[in-house]
Write a protein that binds this ligand. Sequence first.
Ligand SMILES: [Zn+2]
Length: 413
Amino acid sequence: MTTKKRTSKTTVKELNQLNDRGKIAQLAGAISGLEVGVLPPVLGSRVRIWKQDPSVRSVSVRPAYIHTQVDDGPSDSQIEIRDLPMVSPDVDGDFLFDPTTPEAFDAVHTYAIVRQTLTMYQRRLSRKLGWQWNEGGDTTPISVFPHGGQGLNAFYSRADRALRFFIGKQPGSNGEEVFACRSLDVVAHEAGHAVLDSLKPRWLGFFNPPQTGGLHESFGDLTAIFLILSQLDLVEHIIAQTKADLHRNNILAELAEELGSALGRPTGLRNADNDLKLSEVSSEVHDISKVFTGGIYDVLADAFSAARDPRSRDDAAVLYEIGQKLAGLTLQGLINSPDLAASYADVVGEMIKLAEADASEYPDYADFLRKHFEFREVIGANAVAGPQAVAGMAAGRSGCCATMRRREYETAS
Ligand SMILES: [Zn+2]
């Protein structure tokens, strides 16, 4: 067997200078011109991550592939891990640590989940996303602190340009510690706050009505759901766990399992598969967020059931596709909504418009959205226009994620 040569360093260097169309896309375009025996350069890094969190034993750690450049830290042009010993890639450019070296593992896992979240939404929008402060030439990355404080919590801070994940003791346990950064759901949730803040900077301000805060919290939880649905092995696991019925208990609907159990909630911190209506929740932002999350989860379940055709396609492939489609539709619906004081009806209305305008891409989605959000009293004849919907009515911000409690948003306009 002959050994194939890798391309010369010059080619790799040239590739590194390619413009923002993307190195892999450029490479794909150049493949037909490569001589026989010359292999294209291998880009990107391997990492290891918790598939869910250390408490979810049915799935544990797996390697993942980040296709973009990962530097010491880990870091890249948009994300920097801080306050842990810096880790460097091995000779293959990989960051393959085990949980037995927890500081290095936590640094890499947390980086990877923030990276995957950002990449997922950039794919859906077909453009690079900047953080809220990335304007006027400011390219400062977000600082991510995996061991960023004490307690059972985490937050996004615009003022600090940071995500902080805490370490807390399980009440009633033998002092066992829970690391928020080790949860895919918690890291994706906080990264979701940061992404939405860059798209809708006025939604975090304290003067917004409860539903706008609810959209922020819900987007965090939905980001965790969409991110799980972008990981093919987890999609396959969910299909097997539920026998393709998303209304059975599963790792997708149960959010932040380990943190939830530390706080005495056996089915996760929040469960997306709920039947809550607007009239059944308080104006506290996490409580009210469950209505929006639950409605989108029901649309996901319906769209998946409607698209299933196991005689011709594997269920996992269909669920992956539906998850990413719905992520894009939700993100675009949020973007098209008012820049201030947006309500659930605003976002659902925008999503229905988008789905109707592209019915071949989103068959029946508009009907699913109407059905589930009418049931939840967001739109239609029974829509609640009560305290939860009124502009200026103070939103409670006492729930678990600490992002929206930060004083910095009190005066944010
Ligand atoms: Zn939150």
